[in-house]
Design a protein around this ligand. Sequence first.
Ligand code: A3P
Length: 310
Amino acid sequence: MSWFMFGALMLLFEGPLFICNTPSKDVAVWHRLKLVESAARRKNLLAFLGANATRKVPQAVIIGVRKGGTRALLEMLNLHPDVVVAKAEVHFFDWDENYQKGLDWYREQMPVSLPHQLTVEKTPGYFTTGKASGRIHGMSSSTRLLLIVRDPAERVISDYTQVLYNRKERHKRYQPVEEILIQNGKLNVEYKAIQRSRYDIHMATWLSLFPLHQIHLVDGDALIEDPLSQLQEVEQFLQLPPRIKASNFYFNQTKGFYCLLAAGHEKCLDQSKGRPHPPVHQSVLRQLCLYFREPNQNFFRMVGRTFNWC
Ligand code: A3P
């Protein structure tokens, strides 16, 4: 197809925005695909890409942690032209009913990609599900893993906040956080959210199969303050050319977080991300911090770096 016909087609399908976006034929179509929401227009573009576009199982997986900033990381990584992402959490390696559907089913859940593009999936439940590491290793021992971590005490409160909002929405009863966290005067360490924050325990499982250099840690607290620095490290880890720029982010005063900017489109994460946490009694926070002190030190030793956690 000539460039003239290609241009005409793009104008027809995509309108004038395409004109300023012509690095190479397929890549340009791809840029448009990432932005197009309508199913009919997506189909036209996919038909145009034809045999060049296939679905691949992910070469990189964001394995967790839940409430660590996994959605923000995925959306930000998706700004990169050489990356395609599965928008929904696939839960292939952590849910038996999905795993039993087989690898072809998993591949089908991925977006189409061009040969040079990297497919990325995120399911935060993988990090804390014992079976997931072995299953990913079984798919490919060279899968690159991304783990975004955040102060584990803060993560517990974020985890509780998510459940709290869900219950409120469904007009269900909910317990104040102190009631869940403290039982018989002691920290309830069996609480699921606390167990999920035991990064040391879960990391040991992953490190028994994957070498540390194959697991990139993203600092979730830093991602909130300065997303570009974290994304540049991810680009390096994934051996991607540096394409994500400061101009891809702007601080949204109303949301209180960075939002994304690409090809003139603005996007903030939905309202379930970055919600205010309920106030938590200082003494409870102190107990949480005290509890995590030793596990955090273990985790720091395992990963060979420290984080500024309480
Ligand atoms: P809170 O809602 O507790 O503030 P996940 O996507 O893994 O569920 O993580 C949700 C967390 O992502 C939010 O937790 C929020 O702090 C964090 N986050 C990081 N960058 C963000 C951004 N740019 N917009 C909204 N939330 C962001």
